[in-house]
Design a protein around this ligand. Structure first.
Ligand code: TGC
Ligand code: FAD
Length: 392
């Protein structure tokens, strides 16, 4: 990618709603992204490789477990700080945000919330420092939107559990040290277990050929009679609400993250529209281009307000899963539409790696599908407002 000339856009002066600490963290993450991410992201994306050197940097800026209490190595910060970090990371690349949100919301969160004290002490500090990387196994080849139908299972063998099955589309799987895996016990109840790399019968083949999230590693989790020690069971949750509870946190982070991708596309399109001259004038002077830009900043501003309010509710423990679904769905769709329009404003240049647009657009095609598809989140809202489930 050419030099990172990104400038933040705050049309409704929302910075006034943030604290000094929020601004400090946000600005330091933004600087890190400009320094360590933007110069190399395009190259790694083209090579379809996750830049492992980002792990150390992510840990140093506090992107692993920002809201996990400091006694377990986390940042002890609030939910708005977490959101701001996700926004800045996704401004760099959705794959980068994915790595941080999986580690924080899908690995550290369940261990903190559903784990034993021993599990918290054993894993959380190492996950916060990046010494351990984690992944989250819910989706299966035949159970994506409907995880309740999962086939992966554990059998109680007395002194250990025997784990069998397979998970698919798992972010960070190829290099993860541990996996939080959701499986049914002999009574058909969904339980969480922590599986460690090196356990016999556990493998993590990488998924190749992706046109999206190319700078993020995705893979399968395959369990062939894996002996999981009894102490690796997450004791404090049973049922689908376990994994779905983690998704509330990750989807919340994505709602913020998508604004970052949208801002990057808008910022690039705005600058290009002022610099690119056709018919003797900057293309930003043509009404058709102004319509696109004006609509972009309007949608970004609406998403910023929605998400900030969601953050306030989340800080007060009042954000409902349906509110989170609405924000995730709205913001990711908003970002994807902005990426498509920004691509057009850049003309032919929009398809090249000189600009971040096409990369964001392709990434967002995954973001609109993972953590619950665009359709599923609409149905969650539909259920919430009518009281009638479309899933039964
Ligand atoms: P349903 O009967 O509605 O619910 C079952 C139980 O779960 C409870 N529940 C929730 N609890 C906490 N948070 C939520 N958001 C919850 N939603 C539901 C519910 O109260 C019930 O509890 P209980 O005590 O009565 O048993 O379940 P359903 O089978 O009808 O399914 C509902 C549906 C379709 C909404 C849900 O399964 C769903 O969200 N599907 C989408 C699947 C999904 O999002 N997968 C994501 C995989 S992880 C991922 O994509 C990571 S990408 C990471 C990255 O790279 O950034
Ligand atoms: P399906 O569920 O088969 O859906 C196909 C289509 O049917 C969609 O358009 C969907 O909206 C629609 N559909 C399904 N059910 C209904 C319905 N009831 N009504 C209307 N329409 C419906 N999972 C993890 O567990 N961990 C991870 O780390 C992870 N990372 C991912 C990374 C990437 C890059 C991707 C692409 C996916 C990842 N996922 C992960 C999986 C992701 O969560 C699933 O892809 C997603 O939940 C959708 O499942 P599916 O792909 O099986 O689609």
């Amino acid at each position: 990618m050419a030099q990172d000339r990104f400038q933040y856009h705050d049309y409704f002066q929302m910075d006034e709603l943030l604290t000094e600490e929020h601004l400090l963290v946000r600005n330091s993450v933004r600087e890190w992204v400009k320094r360590e991410v933007s110069p190399i992201v395009e190259e790694y994306c083209q090579r379809a490789e996750f830049p492992k050197q980002w792990i150390k940097g992510l840990a140093e800026i506090g992107a692993f477990g920002p809201y996990i209490p400091a006694e377990y190595g986390g940042g002890g910060m609030d939910q708005i700080t977490y959101g701001l970090i996700m926004m800045e990371l996704e401004r760099g690349d959705s794959g980068l945000r994915s790595t941080a949100s999986v580690q924080s919301s899908l690995v550290m969160y369940p261990i903190f919330t559903y784990g034993s004290e021993e599990q918290r002490k054993k894993y959380l500090p190492k996950l916060a420092s990046g010494e351990f990387m984690g992944c989250f196994g819910l989706t299966e080849p035949d159970h994506g939107s409907n995880p309740g139908g999962m086939l992966t299972n554990i059998k109680d063998m007395g002194d250990h559990y025997l784990l069998n099955g397979a998970k698919m589309w798992i972010s960070n799987a190829p290099f993860a040290d541990i996996a939080v895996v959701w499986a049914k016990d002999e009574q058909g109840v969904i339980r969480g277990v922590i599986v460690e790399r090196g356990m016999e019968g556990f493998s993590t083949p990488e998924t190749h050929g992706k046109w999206s999230l190319r700078a993020s590693a995705t893979g399968e989790l395959v369990f062939d009679n894996v002996k999981v020690p009894k102490e690796n069971l997450l004791p404090n949750v049973k049922g689908l609400k376990g994994p779905l509870g983690c998704l509330n946190s990750a989807r919340y982070g994505i709602a913020w993250g998508a604004i970052g991708a949208a801002l990057d596309c808008y910022d690039s399109a705005l600058r290009y529209s002022k610099e690119r001259v056709q018919f003797g004038r900057p293309i930003g002077g043509f009404q058709l281009q102004q319509k696109k830009l004006a609509e972009m900043i309007t949608e970004i501003t609406k998403a910023q307000l929605l998400t900030w309010r969601l953050g306030v509710l989340k800080n007060e423990n009042r954000a409902t899963p349906s509110q989170i679904s609405m924000a995730k769905r709205n913001n990711v769709n908003m970002a994807l539409e902005i990426a498509r329009e920004a691509r057009q404003i850049h003309g032919g240049m929009g398809i090249t790696g000189e600009y971040p647009i096409m990369r964001h657009m392709m990434n967002l095609e995954s973001v609109i599908t993972y953590e619950g598809t665009h359709d599923i989140h609409l149905l969650i809202t539909g259920y919430d407002v009518t009281g009638i489930s479309a899933f039964e």
